[in-house]
Design a protein around this ligand. Structure first.
Ligand SMILES: *[C@@H]1O[C@H](CO)[C@@H](O)[C@H](O)[C@H]1NC(C)=O
Ligand SMILES: *[C@@H]1O[C@H](CO)[C@@H](O)[C@H](O)[C@H]1NC(C)=O
Ligand SMILES: *[C@@H]1O[C@H](CO)[C@@H](O)[C@H](O)[C@H]1NC(C)=O
Length: 323
């Protein structure tokens, strides 16, 4: 494997299976085993400190020739926004306008989100680009290493140095991904576009229309992974304080060293203090509550299961239905 980015080489040892199954029967918090150890040998801490994360050297090979610019099919817009969606709200705001061909049905949604995040994590790892899970994607990982069934989007982060590297080397590149359909066993193939917002390195939020710095887009249906960059935006007054343009803040020691784990069955990185980060963003209840958005956590399955309509409307009791 070629390592061209700033992925810490030492951390490539995969802790597959060490972390999952995460939650056993019983109260959710105590049910989770001790957090996985930091991914990197503590004897070599400098290798993974952000300060050691170097921008790529000039001598590094250029990106593969397969990376060809994609002609944009975008409509004309009279705004400053780079990424456009076909509409607002939960149902339409999670597609890229250029590749949107209609809403993906609920049953197809999960599968498509899985393919998005698996392809993204796999390709980024093979390119040696360091990226880590964030927001609801990180919360889903905490519960069972999977996308939460009510989630419509996927969120990952990179450092601003990595973002600059992506902008310089991989903007508008296409990436092929082969997969096997879990249900039918049939082989499938998809193409993803990595598109980097020219505002990705802006120092601040600006007019608020470009808080998403890059996207990994399924060119078949327009679904995407949102990629945002973290930077120490005010190094003078607040050293060690990282933030995205949308004001989510993190301390260096809570981010690094990243922990190695798996998400949806493929290698992934999560920030060092993932619980602290989740509690700050979603509150302590997010790690305890076992019912959310008409889904219930089933400890014995380690899955969030949709609560049947008849249970929700009270015509069947919870005991009868096993909820
Ligand atoms: C990525 O490429 C598109 C199309 O050429 C361009 O409009 C955009 O500004 C580029 N992004 C960056 C970060 O340069
Ligand atoms: C990343 O942000 C830091 C400030 O946190 C800045 O010093 C550095 O120049 C930025 N790097 C790039 C490549 O933009
Ligand atoms: C509750 O939901 C079930 C299943 O959808 C339906 O058959 C039943 O008529 C509903 N009952 C009420 C009182 O709404």
């Amino acid at each position: 494997m070629k390592l061209v980015g700033n992925f810490p080489i030492q951390s490539l040892v995969l802790l597959a299976g060490a972390l999952f199954p995460l939650a056993l029967a019983g109260p959710p918090i105590s049910a989770n085993p001790a957090p996985p150890p930091p991914s990197v040998n503590p004897a070599q801490p400098s290798a993974i400190r952000p300060s050691a994360v170097q921008p790529p050297k000039a001598s590094q090979p250029p990106p593969p020739p397969a990376a060809k610019p994609v002609p944009p099919k975008a409509k004309k817009h009279n705004d400053n926004k780079y990424f456009h969606e076909p509409g607002m709200g939960d149902r339409l705001s999670h597609y890229d306008e250029r590749y949107f061909k209609g809403e993906v049905a609920y049953e197809q949604h999960r599968v498509n989100l899985q393919l998005l995040i698996r392809s993204y994590l796999t390709v980024f790892k093979s390119l040696g680009i360091e990226t880590f899970l964030a927001h609801g994607t990180l919360l889903g990982w905490w519960w069972n290493g999977k996308i939460m069934p009510w989630d419509y989007d996927l969120d990952v982060q990179v450092s601003n140095e990595t973002m600059a590297y992506m902008a310089a080397n991989y903007n508008r590149t296409k990436h092929e991904y082969e997969y096997v359909d879990e249900k039918t066993g049939a082989k499938g193939h998809k193409t993803f576009l990595l598109d980097v917002n020219p505002h990705s390195l802006d120092p601040d939020r600006g007019d608020g229309q470009n808080v998403i710095d890059a996207r990994w887009i399924d060119m078949e249906n327009g679904m995407f992974v949102d990629i945002t960059g973290l930077a120490e935006r005010d190094k003078q007054r607040n050293p060690g304080l990282w933030s995205c343009k949308n004001y989510h803040r993190y301390r260096t020691k809570d981010l690094y060293p990243m922990r190695e784990t798996e998400y949806e069955g493929v290698p992934a990185l999560v920030p060092y203090s993932f619980e602290k980060i989740l509690i700050e963003e979603y509150g302590p209840k997010s790690l305890v509550m076992t019912e959310w958005k008409d889904h219930a956590w089933k400890p014995e399955l380690k899955e969030w299961v949709q609560i049947p309509e008849a249970v929700l409307n009270g015509s069947v009791s919870r005991e009868q239905a096993g909820f």
